[in-house]
Write a new protein. Structure first.
Length: 311
């Protein structure tokens, strides 16, 4: 069976706390609310793509534990084929998410990837037929760099469109080889600033940072700019500013970048050009921020279409 979008990435359980501020070292702080739910950038993006209408296959590794069961549940509910994802002896990972109680727009995350980080380049080789049969291959950096690189190499060699969301930005410099394997390289403004060591506070600066990433080898760059939308910068020098979509009051922006990447991949797989796919992705992200959580906040295709219709 052909799969439109193959997402290779992480699943972790999200432990989300609403808090008035970040605690200091040594301090215990009383929080507001707590929620436990499915997360991990890879899985969130797979859920976004599937709910946006793509046929999705998710490739990762899980622990044989309650968080692993949580993963399979959200994938089943979202219609994702998880047959490539195995179970191993390592525990499924978790993320501590601190959300600003007053303004859901700010968050801070610590992620411990656990089982998914044991996915090896050799296991990626074993899944190469599935990667080659996809139209779009989407991945992030919550797996080891060697594993991500192998996936991108297999997809690139087979002519599959490749998307790399360079999140989280690793402590050691990202290799140019990895950047050059991406047809679409999709950082947010913080990630772009870290990767280029350039300020990314205005659209002009975003364009310069995108050009620097293209000079490092990325074919095309989409720099997401939160409430200001996103900048699509193509290798031929063409720029398109895609406005953010306001779908209601912002409750929680965690996972908005994942909503964007997943829906963008789904749009490309459906045959949209990059600008149309980015507008579609912007609508998906705009809806997701009106809801709590990450994977559970991803909208269905009908909801995205309803938001886009009047625009
Ligand atoms: O992008 C948001 C995600 O980052 C969260 O779901 C968390 O698990 C971390 O991986």
């Amino acid at each position: 069976m052909a799969h439109d979008v193959l997402v290779m990435g992480s699943f972790v359980a999200d432990l989300a706390f609403r808090t008035p501020r970040l605690p200091a070292w040594g301090e215990t702080l009383m929080g507001g609310t707590f929620a436990l739910g499915p997360g991990g950038k890879g899985s969130n993006q797979a859920v976004a793509a599937a709910r946006a209408g793509a046929k999705v296959r998710f490739f990762s590794k899980l622990g044989d534990d309650a968080f692993g069961k949580m993963a399979r549940d959200i994938w089943r509910q979202s219609g994702i084929d998880d047959s490539l994802t195995g179970t191993c002896g390592e525990a499924t990972g978790a993320a501590a998410i601190l959300i600003d109680a007053a303004r859901g727009e700010k968050n801070a995350i610590i992620v411990v990837p656990g089982a998914c980080f044991t996915l090896t380049p050799e296991e990626v080789d074993a899944a190469s037929a599935a990667i080659r049969s996809a139209s779009v291959f989407l991945t992030q950096l919550e797996l080891s760099a060697a594993t991500v690189q192998r996936g991108l190499e297999i997809a690139r060699a087979a002519g599959v469109t490749t998307i790399l969301n360079p999140a989280p930005v690793p402590a050691s410099p990202l290799s140019k080889e990895l950047i050059a394997l991406s047809d679409y390289f999709i950082p947010n403004e913080t990630e772009a600033a870290l990767l280029t060591e350039m300020p990314v506070e205005s659209v002009d600066q975003a364009e310069k940072a995108a050009d620097s990433l293209i000079a490092s080898g990325a074919k095309n760059v989409i720099l997401t700019l939160g409430g200001r939308g996103s900048l699509l910068r193509m290798r031929d020098g063409k720029s398109t500013l895609i406005p953010a979509v306001n779908a209601g009051p912002v409750l929680d922006t965690t996972g908005a970048g994942d909503a964007f990447c997943g829906a963008f991949a789904a749009g490309l797989a459906e045959g949209f050009d990059a600008a149309k796919a980015a507008r579609f992705a912007s609508a998906c992200a705009g809806i997701s921020v009106t809801r709590p959580g990450t994977a559970p906040s991803m909208p269905l295709r009908a909801e995205i279409d309803a938001v886009l219709r009047p625009l």
